[in-house]
Design a protein around this ligand. Structure first.
Ligand SMILES: *[C@@H]1O[C@H](CO)[C@@H](O)[C@H](O)[C@H]1NC(C)=O
Ligand SMILES: *[C@@H]1O[C@H](CO)[C@@H](O)[C@H](O)[C@H]1NC(C)=O
Ligand SMILES: *[C@@H]1O[C@H](CO)[C@@H](O)[C@H](O)[C@H]1NC(C)=O
Ligand SMILES: *[C@@H]1O[C@H](CO)[C@@H](O)[C@H](O)[C@H]1NC(C)=O
Ligand SMILES: *[C@@H]1O[C@H](CO)[C@@H](O)[C@H](O)[C@H]1NC(C)=O
Ligand SMILES: *[C@@H]1O[C@H](CO)[C@@H](O)[C@H](O)[C@H]1NC(C)=O
Ligand SMILES: *[C@@H]1O[C@H](CO)[C@@H](O)[C@H](O)[C@H]1NC(C)=O
Ligand SMILES: *[C@@H]1O[C@H](CO)[C@@H](O)[C@H](O)[C@H]1NC(C)=O
Length: 888
């Protein structure tokens, strides 16, 4: 019972969003910095410190970055204690510098000796979870560096929650006025039991990149950025891709994709220079390190139609704290036009004109391919109505004289820094998490209380049974087990962004997120696989796995998740496979490892990912799957440089996935509920056949005398059935709900959850329903699809998706209905006139569909066979298959 409880409360730590609201967040494997860059920068007065709180010896992280113990720099270490996290959130980018830290119950100061007064980065790393008896919610403190207040009453856990991150990174660019830098942490006095925590500190010298900037709206007034402390809020590679710190010309900055910040009305078009090995001509004013190469090779502009452009804006929207001055840095590089007065545009920030006629060619001394940047300062007050908005807007200079030859605008990169105020303060209020995240948090707390009560009961029972010394030992074991539960729960934030890793299989795989722990704290014995599964599923030796992946060579990695890595590999001298290997040192997820083997070995279907075999040797847990050449559906939708999928391709993939789910729900003796339907769990093979993957969470559904399975909430936020939220009851309609979110994701090409958007838009499900009700669906569909979908087809598709999102499960269609409606939508798209015939066919045969399913295809065993005849391209074949499922 306890074992079940333990594995049940694991919330799947996955999320679909990663954009940072307020601080920089580094993404999987990219935190690490080229150590050479730090070792030999241009300036001679160089110094860098990387401190890893609470450690006792130097730790080398990836890329050879060395983190020192913090003790040497601590001025006084009374009332501080090293702590170690017992739970590693799968979304943490790395172990260092997060798993260790230092807790301070009263004021504590670090001292750094700087060589000369040059500008430095200060980066603070926080991992808010419960440490021993220190609850995450009590981490509440202020940080002052060199006399400037960086953080005040900083609540690390609520900040992480608002960012939907497990960790928080704060980046400051600091100009010291002495060679001694003191960083002081002070627990806030207005909350009882508050303490300060720090996991990692970076102090790194950097070139001076900031000068004074003119303050918009105040004639002739400038702001002194040079002597101010700047906090990095946003750093975007406009029109381009995420750039990790290791690729940033030695300055260890991280650049994000700008898409989430572009206002919907006019997204413009992105362009990438088609010249290979582009040679930019850097000038003395614009040194090469100002932004990496990739920032200047990609851009966003308005699009080819001048008539449309002259009446619209290209705008980005950001949330910031009011009562501060912001330094907005815009990067440009004109690669398309070679003469002046061709692309000229107005730049305004918060409705204040920054440039009336920006002409990048003029700025580049009449040449193209010259990177330039412009700094503007803007004060955001809360009296002017638009409280904490910061909007950057570009508009063609239609009034210029002479008028430009094109009405268009251009931007390559954008950075926003917050400046300290005149009182030496940079701290603002804690961010407010979206309602959705708060709901999730509340639910988790309720569930935790329930589980704690259960644990308590179990605890008492155990103590009665085991007496004396043995009892003591058992209690310790039990405490350990309970701790795991608590730490598991404490992962506030839900995973890394699957969109960023180019994964293709259950990357964010279920077995990552739970420890399968029995009541004594030991893991289950390793011989519990059913003999049936063992018979159906091939057993590989570890040696085969090693040789198939060139000894797990890094070059073979196609994805990384919390559980470990997924490798591309070969077996049997040539068969391409995907090999998912759990972290050898961890005991994690044995239970889900087995669930996946049990489930997948018995289920064979064209639209389900096939498990080929597994390897379980010593500590190793490895699953071997079919190789899916085209990766996840998600990576073809957004935040990608892959070619856009056509509407027909998208529909066909949805239909394939629907068919896989339909099979799970009805094709077997028992209903199988997937429980984690989302775009990263829908994979696509070389021939664009969609396959549903990741069964680690699957549950066998209700048998005849039950209508639902009662269980603790799992699954991925953004896709969760609201009924499941309320009643914690799982039905096949929960999958239908999640699939509805998938359908909107496919149509709108945006994540299910995007906390950087205005509140009402955060959840795609809520926003899409809202837009449909307002008749605004057209406004939110993927701009690449606009005008390319037959209107009847769009209507049918949207109607289907909307019904899937019905609040109550009983009002949602079955997976079979969804499948049929999607098939119908495809017909409407391909052959608008012939579609009515199909509708007739449907009504005649729907009865046949209702029967003959449960009885003819059984779950597992000998009748689980490969379904081979189904063709994605032939809708007629598809229909007959649906009507006559015996074929499978
Ligand atoms: C910090 O935020 C959490 C929400 O995540 C809240 O429960 C807690 O009360 C806050 N702590 C303080 C001291 O305000
Ligand atoms: C980082 O730079 C290297 C070498 O220029 C390149 O191969 C790699 O793709 C880059 N990585 C990212 C994520 O941009
Ligand atoms: C790059 O694109 C321009 C126009 O978009 C075209 O004229 C030129 O030939 C292309 N260059 C290369 C090397 O493909
Ligand atoms: C530009 O857009 C307008 C309005 O949508 C349209 O009437 C016009 O034909 C378009 N021009 C071109 C060249 O596509
Ligand atoms: C474009 O932006 C400017 C400045 O923000 C604003 O005054 C104007 O109304 C906007 N125009 C459109 C068409 O959105
Ligand atoms: C901003 O400053 C005004 C005037 O000093 C003050 O009334 C207001 O409360 C401040 N707002 C915030 C969010 O601190
Ligand atoms: C700016 O903030 C106001 C008030 O919070 C809000 O109503 C408005 O929609 C925001 N502007 C934009 C462009 O989102
Ligand atoms: C930030 O603080 C410094 C001194 O600590 C001051 O010179 C500078 O003017 C402040 N910046 C702003 C924007 O007020």
């Amino acid at each position: 019972m306890i074992a079940k409880g333990v594995s049940c409360i694991m919330m799947k730590s996955k999320t679909h969003v990663l954009f940072c609201l307020i601080s920089l967040c580094f993404v999987s494997n990219v935190l690490h910095v080229l150590s050479e860059a730090i070792a030999k920068p241009s300036s001679t007065s160089t110094v860098s410190y990387l401190l890893y709180g609470g450690t006792t010896s130097e730790t080398t992280a990836a890329y050879g970055r060395k983190w020192e113990p913090d003790t040497k720099y601590l001025v006084s270490s009374s009332n501080t204690a090293p702590v170690q996290a017992t739970y590693q959130d799968p979304s943490l980018p790395s172990i260092v510098p997060y798993m260790n830290g230092r807790i301070m119950t009263s004021e504590a100061t670090y001292h750094f000796k700087l060589h000369g007064k040059s500008r430095h980065w200060i980066r603070l790393h926080f991992y808010p979870i419960d440490y021993n008896s220190f609850a995450a919610k009590d981490a509440y403190f202020s940080v002052v560096a060199g006399g400037i207040t960086l953080l005040k009453n900083f609540n690390t856990s609520v900040t992480a929650l608002a960012l939907t991150q497990s960790h928080v990174i704060k980046e400051y660019s600091f100009y010291p006025n002495t060679e001694d830098l003191y960083i002081t942490f002070t627990p806030s006095s207005d909350h009882k039991g508050s303490y300060a925590i720090i996991n990692g500190i970076e102090v790194i010298s950097m070139p001076d990149l900031y000068k004074s900037a003119s303050l918009l709206g105040f004639n002739e007034q400038t702001v002194d950025a040079e002597s101010s402390v700047l906090e990095t809020l946003y750093r975007l590679n406009v029109g381009g891709q995420f750039i990790p710190a290791s690729n940033d010309s030695g300055l260890t900055r991280t650049w994000y994709d700008d898409t989430p910040y572009v206002l919907y009305a006019n997204e413009g078009v992105t362009s990438t220079s088609n010249k290979t090995d582009h040679k930019f001509k850097y000038t003395t004013d614009v040194p090469e390190m100002i932004a990496p190469y990739d920032v200047y090779t990609t851009a966003r502009s308005m699009g080819p139609n001048s008539t449309v452009n002259m009446n619209s804006n290209l705008s980005w929207f950001f949330q910031v704290d009011s009562n501060f001055t912001y330094l907005v840095r815009l990067h440009f590089c004109e690669m398309e036009y070679t003469k002046d007065n061709m692309r000229v545009f107005e730049i305004s920030i918060n409705n204040k004109v920054a440039e009336q006629a920006a002409d990048v060619i003029l700025w580049g001394n009449m040449e193209s391919d010259i990177p330039v940047y412009k700094d503007y300062a803007v004060y955001v007050s809360d009296s002017l109505g638009g409280d904490n908005n910061l909007t950057v807007s570009l508009h063609p200079a239609v009034d210029a004289d002479p008028p430009p030859t094109t009405y268009d605008a251009l931007l390559n990169g954008l950075e926003i820094f917050k400046m300290n105020d005149t009182l030496g303060n940079l701290a603002g209020p804690n961010p407010v998490p979206s309602d959705y995240m708060l709901r999730v948090e509340k639910l988790k707390d309720e569930q935790q209380k329930k589980l704690d009560a259960e644990k308590e009961l179990e605890n008492k029972k155990r103590n009665k049974v085991v007496g004396g010394a043995a009892g003591g030992a058992a209690a310790v074991g039990l405490v350990a087990a309970v701790c795991i539960v608590v730490y598991q729960r404490k992962k506030r934030v839900l995973g890394s962004d699957p969109g960023l890793a180019s994964g293709w299989l259950p990357l964010y795989g279920s077995w990552s997120n739970s420890k399968s722990t029995s009541s004594s704290g030991k893991s289950c014995s390793s011989s519990t696989l059913s003999s049936l599964a063992q018979g159906l599923c091939r057993h590989f030796s570890f040696a085969e796995m090693k040789s198939g992946t060139r000894n797990f060579d890094e070059s073979q990695v196609i994805g990384v998740g919390g559980f470990g890595k997924v490798y591309k590999g070969v077996v049997d001298g040539g068969t391409k496979v995907a090999i998912k290997r759990a972290n050898p040192s961890s005991e994690q997820g044995l239970h889900e490892f087995r669930t996946e083997i049990e489930m997948l070995s018995k289920l064979r279907h064209r639209h389900l990912v096939s498990l080929i075999g597994f390897c379980e040797e010593d500590e190793e847990m490895i699953l071997v799957y079919d190789y899916m050449g085209n990766g996840t559906l998600r990576e073809h939708l957004y935040k990608t440089n892959k070619p856009q999928l056509s509407w027909k391709q998208r529909l066909e993939i949805c239909i394939g996935a629907a068919r896989g789910l339909y099979y799970l729900h009805t094709g077997a003796k028992y209903t199988i509920i997937h429980r984690d339907v989302k775009t990263t769990n829908i994979l696509v093979d070389e021939k664009w056949v969609a396959k549903v993957s990741d069964f680690g969470l699957s549950k066998t559904g209700p048998s005849l005398n039950q209508t639902h399975v009662s269980t603790v909430v799992k699954g991925s936020f953004g896709y969760l059935d609201p009924e499941y939220f309320r009643r914690q009851q799982l039905t096949d309609k929960s999958d239908v709900y999640s699939f509805g979110v998938v359908l909107f994701e496919v149509l709108c090409a945006r994540p299910a959850l995007n906390p950087t958007l205005p509140k009402e838009q955060v959840s795609l499900a809520d926003w899409a329903l809202h837009c449909i009700r307002k008749g605004m669906l057209e406004d939110i569909i993927d701009p690449n699809l606009k005008g390319k979908i037959n209107p009847e087809c769009l209507k049918k598709f949207a109607e289907t998706a909307e019904k899937c999102l019905s609040d109550q499960g009983t009002h949602r269609p079955s997976m079979g209905d969804v499948l049929w409606n999607l098939e119908f939508a495809l017909q409407l798209h391909e052959n608008p006139n012939g579609a009515s015939l199909i509708a007739d066919e449907r009504s005649r045969t729907s009865e046949a569909t209702a029967h003959g399913i449960d009885t003819d295809v059984s779950y597992g065993g000998e009748s689980s066979m490969d379904e081979t005849t189904d063709s994605m391209n032939s809708t007629n074949a598809a229909f007959s298959q649906l009507i006559n499922p015996q074929g499978r």
